[in-house]
Each structure stands twice: as structure tokens, then as C-alpha cells.
Write a protein that binds this ligand. Structure first.
Ligand SMILES: Nc1ncnc2c1ncn2[C@@H]1O[C@H](COP(=O)(O)OP(=O)(O)OP(=O)(O)O)[C@@H](O)[C@H]1O
Length: 811
């Protein structure tokens, strides 16, 4: 079995076996576990082996022996240097530098079961450097004469930020290291204290800022114009995508410690809307104080690669940008932007980033909004790496005391442009180094809670990665790159998106100039280092090897009985008969045996799955039965409870009703008593009134209805009598006439009254009128009338009585 054509492979896959820890330390009492992985002899002398055989442990399960092919296999005694030299990292670095033209993206990743040595290989340990540090050293050394130092070249930021397609926050290494480690000895620029400055707006409002002395580095497109006054300045932002410079109008603000990159982001975002004028309406950003990190005391120097060198473009200028991020629970987080402490929780808060095409990179996805550090030296780059690693999530598990809980990405962007007096546009390639989190079994890792959840996400993403790797290993026979299902999770998207030529990019969505530039981009070169512990978990390791190996075959036939049956029946008869041959050749027999073995293995797996299914079904029935009985008992209990509640309610209701009845009865009796009393009083009053009326009836003459109803007739009658009397008087002597007339009149009136009893109301009224007219002279008729009407009721009874009692002369 030979590894397939490697040209068609996306990855070169190397296998590294980790040395087992000292057996007596790990297994002081138990017998050391059996080694299940053996390395096949190399085909040629002085060459590394390429095949390993996986021998299943001698348990009851019948499992086939599998053989896997890799680009190279490194055995346990391989050193870090040998790995570095043997895995093609150097050509990868050389490709990124683009010694003879455009560079080519490179990807270096490690994959393996947890604790198998991935981090050790790629990042090293306290005493040894990993592939990352070694690659960085070679890279910096190779471009040493033509690398641009950000602390010396002040326009570097501006040009790099302008060429960056990922909306990145570009920062110089001295500035970043100062914020992380508080180190003031990194460079001349950062050794000075911040200089306070006032930013005066066009409207006269002023804002106070402590502009960092190296702010022209941080904000490359920001130009500070001295207006002549030591306290005021004018800020002009030269946007990369706008032709004219834009004046930034700052609002008045209190003193802030730093004028930070978020301001630049804000201005850029606004510039999309307005190409000429910007206005910074937002408040100047005050960065949250970040606790300083302890600067690593010593960075390992072993293994020594001081003589290693790769080719670089001698006529080009280089700049190195470093960014780091992790994929945690399928989300991307920047490792160089320190997490902010959460407001409500103790946990720190980080903003997830997007992997997407941007305005400047429409046909290629990039992690947008990362912080990128421009490093001028290897030392700076290593310190940035250390700072980023501190942010990475790790946890102690049963399998590894310092287990990575995320997939870590370390990106070295090599920016390259033609040198000379008129430097050209920045181009460049990226070397991405990935330390994948290890697959783990919860039972072995003894994880729970959040760590178990993380493991679930890790295993899921690794499963998708496995699918992609399997597909890519099949690409020797097919030329369809789209078959690799890399869009299933963030990890595979990040790893595979840039592994294909840009033929799939949408030309309609891509401007011509960008298409011609981007379209020429080479697919990335990728190296995968699979780590395995030959004494570790057999199942987990065989799974990893199955999907990462370049080729796989079953080499040692452990023919189970079912296989012989298959061979005897199907292979022996049908296959060869169909070909019309009496005896198969050795190759055919071998192929058939392998196929039969595979069938046997699969049928065994199917049997196992069937029995698992049956067991699951049984469990389900049990659970369902349990659930039903539980439901029935719950129903009974519910009914019981309901009747209890009803009973309680009834008793309470009855008690309440009785109480209400008693209260009502009491109030009803009281009401009755009150009514009786009231009635008695009424009767008493009535009795008294009746008595009085009886009394009155006895004293008051009865008044006929006719009399009351015919007062006019009576008046006329009286008038006639008065007339008669007047005439009589007129016939008598003049002296007697007057007194006689008066007497007659009075006696006539009295008669009239006497004749009619109490008389009618009108009669009495007219009499009252007469009386008043006689008594009160000069009073108006109306007042007399009103008086009479006011006294009407009294007049009805009392005067009558007086008159009845008084004699004629008194009147
Ligand atoms: N080749 C090696 N030589 C010496 N020690 C090794 C080697 N490989 C691994 N180790 C040691 O084994 C331990 C676990 O290794 P490491 O942390 O690299 O595992 P890992 O695969 O990254 O695990 P995880 O996926 O859980 O992060 C470490 O103490 C490391 O130093």
C-alpha cells in the first residue's frame, strides 16, 4: 500500500508517536498497557517509515488489524528538531515568503487524541521550542535585511492598515507589549510617558486626550496638525478609500487616558457613508484597565537552528503581522484582545468575531476585526505569542492536566512589497499554525459540566474535520474540491476555505481589479501532524488514524468464521465463475480476502449495533412502562388530592355560610326591632294627632263643601246684604247713619262669618285684607298680600277662634 498521489492532497499528513511516560511512574502498581501500534519498516534505507499497523487488543471482540499510510511516521525518539526538519515546515515558510514571486499561504496543524502531544509538538514546552517558535526564527532570520521595523518606520502602520482587508485593529508590538506586560523598555517610543494634548473641534469645542507618543503608529492615517498654540491641534484623518482628507470634529470631552483604535474603526465605518467628511460623534473611548501580565522570564532556546535559513525575495520589503484567535464552542475569539471583566458575572466577556468576506476581500473569507500586531523582531513576536497563549482556554482533565479546550490559531502574516524609493502595494501571504483541541472520551477524561460541554463541541468539530480529511484523501481519484464538506463548522471552514484555488469565487461579486489580483492567489499548502500515544486509548487513536491517514487497508487477515463462510459461498463461487476462470490469481484472492474481511467486520459491527439497538429498545420499553405506571399512580394521586380539596372547600364553605347566616339573622332581628320601634313611634304620633283632631273637631264647626266651593256666591250674597244695609242707613239721620252703617256692616260681617263657620279660604282672605287695610295704612297692597299669604295657615285657625271667643264690641 503506497500513499496516494500527494499532489492532489490538500494536506501532507505526518504521524508522530509520543514517548510513553516512564512506566513505573504512570503504572506503579498496574501492569503497563499493551502497545497496540507498530511501525512498519521503511521501504528504503535512510528513509523514514510511512506505515503503521494497529493491532487491536486481545479482548473478546473480533477486530480486524488495520494498516495506515502517512507521508512520514516519526517514532517516539524523534526530537523537536527532527520533526521541524522532516515535516516540510521549511518549504512552508519559504512558500509564505515568496522568494520568487507571490507568496503562498501555509497551514500547519496538529491533530490527535487528548494528551497525545499536539501542544508539545507545535508550541513546545518549558525546555524545548515547538514548531511555531522554530518557524518564526527561520522566518525572521530569512527576511532580516529587508524587514521594516514599526518603531523606526512611522508610516508603516498607515500603509499596512490601508492594505488590510480584514477590518483589523493594527497595533505596534512595543505598544501592545506595554499594555500587556507594562514593559517600558521595549522601545524608545514606548519608554516615554503619554503626552497630554487637546483636540479642538471646528466649532470651538475642545477635547482633551493623552495621545500616546507613538499614536502616529497606532493611527496611521491620522495626522496631527499643530495650530501654533501649544494646547490646540487639528486632526485630519486621511481615509484609505477616500480621495480627500477628512476633518474629524471632536466633541468636548473630559481627559481620557488614551486615544484608542476604536476611534479609527468608528471613523472608517462612517466613511462608508460619506466619502469626504467624517464626524466623530462618539465619545472618546476609554480602555478598561487590563491587569498586567507577568513577562515570561526565559524563552527556551533549544533546539538550536541558528544555521537554518530559507530563501526570501531580496528585492522586497517585508513586515510581519501577528494575530491569534481560538475557536471555542464553534465561535471565534481574539486572543490578543484581553477579555473585559463581565458586569454581572465573574466571567470575563469577549466578543465573538466573524469569518466572512469583507468589502476589500469579497471572494475570500477572513476573520474580521482581529487585533494584529506589527512585529519588528523575533523577540517581539515570541512575546506576543506568549501573551496570546495566556488568553487561551485550558483546563485540567482526567486525560491531561493542561488540556486545551479550544482550537488555537496563530497567524503570521508576511506582508511584502517591492522596495525602493517608491514602494509598491502591500501583498503577502499568511502562515497559520493550528493547535487543535484533542478528541476525548468523557469516561476517560472524567469531565463534567462546562468541560464536558466543551468536549462535546470539540469532538463534534473533530468529527467534521475527520469527514473533510477523509474526503480530501479521496481526492486522488476525483477532481471535485467542493466535495469536501468544510462548511459544517467554524473549524473546518477556517482550515479548508483557503485550501482551494479561487475558481469557485463569484466573479460577479468581485470587482475586476480584485478578481485579477485575488484570482491569481495560490491554494494554501497544508501540513497536518497527527500525534498518537501507542499506549493510549486504542479506540480513540484508531478513529483518529482512520480519518487522518492518507490511505488505509486491512493487512492481517484474522478470518472469523463468518468470513470463511462468505469466502466459501460468495467469493469462491459467484465472483470467479462470473469471470469464467477456474482459479483466481493471487492478487484477486488477496483483494477478495480483504473485501471479505471488511464485510465480516462490517457485519460484526452491524451485529453489535443491532444488539445495542435491541438493548436500547428494551430500555425504552421499560422506561415507557415505568412512565405509564407512574402516570397512572399520578392520576390516582391527583384524583385523591382533588376530592380532598373538594371536601376541604365544602367544609370551609359550609362554615362560612353558617357564619353569614347568623350575622344576617342578627342584623335582621335588629332591623325588625328598629322597624317596630319606628312603627310604635308613628302610631303614637298618629294617635296624638287623632286626639288633637278629635279635639279640634269638637271645637271647630263643620264646614260644608258647598260653602267652601262657592265663595263667590257667598260674596255676592254678602255684598247684596251690605248694599241693603247701606240703603237702610241712607234713609236714617246723618249722625246715626255713619255709626249705624258701621255697626250694621260689622254685624253683617259677623253674621256672614257666623253663618259660614270658618268660611272658605277666599272669604277669610278677603277679611284678612280688610283687616290689614284698616290696621296698616300706607302699606302697599302687595306687601299686605304677601303678609296675608305668609300667615295664611295661621289665619285659618287662630283668628277664627279669637273671633269666636271675642265679643262684637272688642272687634
Ligand atoms: N514527544 C514528547 N516528548 C516528551 N513529552 C511529551 C511529548 N509529547 C507529549 N509530551 C508530554 O505529554 C503531556 C501532554 O502533552 P500535550 O499537552 O502536548 O498534549 P495535547 O495533545 O496537546 O493534549 P490536549 O489536546 O488535551 O491539549 C505534556 O506534559 C507533554 O510535555
Amino acid at each position: 500500500m503506497d500513499p496516494p498521489q500527494q499532489k492532489s492532497q490538500l494536506f501532507q499528513v505526518y504521524l508522530r508517536l509520543r514517548p510513553s511516560p516512564q512506566a513505573n511512574l504512570l503504572y506503579p502498581t498496574l501492569a503497563a498497557p499493551e502497545r497496540f501500534l507498530s511501525v512498519e519498516e521503511a521501504q528504503f534505507e535512510n528513509e523514514l517509515p510511512t506505515h503503521v499497523t494497529l493491532n487491536p487488543p486481545n479482548d473478546n471482540r473480533r477486530r480486524a488489524v488495520e494498516k495506515f499510510a502517512f507521508t512520514k511516521v516519526f517514532e517516539e525518539d524523534t526530537s523537536q528538531l527532527e520533526i521541524f526538519e522532516g515535516t516540510g515546515v521549511l518549504p512552508l515558510v519559504e512558500g509564505v515568503l515568496g522568494a520568487h514571486g507571490d507568496g503562498r499561504d501555509g497551514l500547519l496543524a496538529t491533530l490527535g487524541v487528548t494528551g497525545s502531544g499536539k501542544s508539545h509538538t507545535i508550541l513546545g514546552s518549558r525546555s524545548q521550542r515547538g514548531l511555531t517558535q522554530l518557524a518564526l526564527e527561520v522566518l525572521f532570520r530569512s527576511i532580516q535585511p529587508s524587514i521594516l521595523d514599526p518603531s523606526k518606520n512611522h508610516s508603516l502602520h498607515a500603509t499596512i492598515a490601508a492594505s488590510d482587508a480584514s477590518e483589523a485593529q493594527v497595533m505596534s508590538a512595543p505598544m501592545y507589549l506595554e499594555t500587556m506586560y507594562g514593559d517600558t523598555t521595549q522601545s524608545r517610543a514606548s519608554s516615554r510617558a503619554p503626552t497630554p494634548m487637546v483636540v479642538r473641534s471646528t466649532s470651538g469645542a475642545s477635547a482633551h486626550f493623552n495621545l500616546h507618543p507613538s499614536s502616529h503608529e497606532l493611527y496611521p492615517s491620522l495626522q496631527v496638525h499643530d495650530t501654533g498654540s501649544p494646547k490646540s491641534i487639528r486632526i485630519v484623518v486621511k481615509e484609505q478609500r477616500t480621495v480627500e482628507p477628512s476633518i474629524v470634529t471632536m466633541p468636548s470631552a473630559p481627559t481620557t487616558p488614551h486615544f484608542v483604535p476604536s476611534f479609527m474603526r468608528m471613523t472608517r465605518a462612517r466613511s462608508k457613508k460619506s466619502s469626504t467628511k467624517l464626524s466623530a460623534q462618539g465619545e472618546p473611548y476609554t480602555p478598561a484597565p487590563t491587569p498586567l501580565r507577568k513577562k515570561p522570564s526565559a524563552i527556551p532556546r533549544f533546539p538550536d537552528i541558528s544555521n537554518v535559513h530559507v530563501n526570501a525575495d531580496e528585492h522586497a520589503e517585508y513586515a510581519i503581522l501577528i494575530s491569534m484567535y481560538e475557536v471555542y464552542n464553534d465561535r471565534i475569539f481574539d486572543l490578543l484582545t484581553p477579555a473585559l471583566p463581565g458586569k454581572s458575572t465573574k466571567d470575563s466577556r469577549r466578543r465573538a468575531l466573524l469569518f466572512k468576506p469583507t468589502e476589500a476581500s469579497p471572494d475570500r473569507k477572513v476573520v474580521a476585526g482581529l487585533r494584529k500586531i506589527v512585529c519588528g523582531s523575533l523577540k517581539e513576536a515570541l512575546l506576543v505569542l506568549e501573551a496570546g497563549l495566556c488568553e487561551r482556554r485550558v483546563a485540567g482533565t482526567g486525560s491531561n492536566s493542561v488540556s486545551s479546550r479550544s482550537h488555537g490559531f496563530f497567524c503570521v502574516e508576511v506582508k511584502k512589497r517591492s522596495g525602493g524609493r517608491m514602494p509598491g502595494r502591500w501583498g503577502g501571504s499568511t502562515m497559520t499554525i493550528v493547535d487543535l483541541a484533542g478528541s476525548e472520551r468523557a469516561r476517560d477524561a472524567k469531565t463534567q459540566g462546562q468541560t464536558l460541554q466543551e468536549a462535546g463541541k470539540i469532538n463534534e468539530s473533530l468529527m467534521y474535520l475527520g469527514q473533510c480529511l477523509q474526503m480530501q484523501s479521496d481526492m486522488g481519484s476525483t477532481t471535485k474540491p467542493n466535495l469536501v464538506p468544510f462548511r459544517q463548522c467554524k473549524l473546518t471552514e477556517l482550515l479548508f476555505s483557503n485550501s482551494f484555488p479561487n475558481s469557485s469565487s463569484n466573479p460577479q461579486a468581485t470587482p475586476h481589479h480584485q478578481l485579477s489580483h485575488q484570482g491569481s492567489r495560490n491554494p494554501q499548502r497544508a501540513i497536518m501532524i497527527v500525534t498518537a500515544d501507542p499506549l493510549g486509548d486504542f479506540n480513540a487513536t484508531s478513529q483518529i488514524l482512520r480519518y487522518s491517514a492518507l490511505a488505509r487497508e486491512v493487512t492481517v487477515p484474522r478470518i472469523p468464521s463468518v468470513t470463511s463462510t462468505i469466502l466459501a459461498s460468495s467469493v469462491g463461487s459467484n465472483y470467479f465463475h462470473s469471470r469464467g476462470r477456474m482459479s483466481p490469481t493471487d492478487t484477486e484472492r488477496e483483494t477478495m480476502e480483504i473485501a471479505a474481511l471488511e464485510i465480516a467486520r462490517m457485519s460484526e459491527e452491524i451485529d453489535g449495533l443491532r444488539s445495542e439497538l435491541t438493548a436500547e429498545q428494551e430500555r425504552r420499553f421499560q422506561v415507557e412502562a415505568h412512565l405509564e405506571s407512574f402516570q397512572a399512580s399520578m392520576d390516582d394521586r391527583l384524583m385523591e388530592r382533588e376530592s380532598d380539596v373538594r371536601e376541604e372547600c365544602y367544609v370551609q364553605l359550609a362554615a362560612e355560610l353558617g357564619k353569614q347566616m347568623r350575622q344576617w339573622k342578627t342584623s335582621w332581628e335588629a332591623e325588625n326591632e328598629r322597624n317596630d320601634e319606628h312603627l310604635d313611634k308613628k302610631i303614637e304620633i298618629l294617635t296624638r294627632i287623632t286626639d288633637v283632631e278629635d279635639e279640634d273637631k269638637e271645637n271647630i264647626p263643620s264646614v260644608s263643601l258647598e260653602d267652601v266651593m262657592e265663595p263667590e256666591t257667598e260674596n255676592q250674597k254678602l255684598r247684596r246684604e251690605v248694599e241693603i244695609l247701606r240703603r237702610e242707613l241712607h234713609n236714617r239721620s246723618p249722625t246715626k247713619q255713619k255709626s249705624g252703617a258701621l255697626r250694621e256692616k260689622r254685624s253683617g260681617v259677623l253674621r256672614e262669618i257666623g253663618g259660614s263657620g270658618l268660611g272658605s279660604g277666599a272669604g277669610l282672605s278677603s277679611l284678612g285684607h280688610d283687616m290689614d287695610r284698616l290696621r296698616v295704612s300706607g302699606e302697599s297692597d302687595s306687601s299686605a298680600n304677601s303678609l296675608a299669604s305668609a300667615k295664611k295657615l295661621k289665619v285659618r285657625k287662630l283668628p277664627v277662634r279669637k273671633w269666636d271667643m271675642g265679643c262684637e264690641d272688642e272687634l
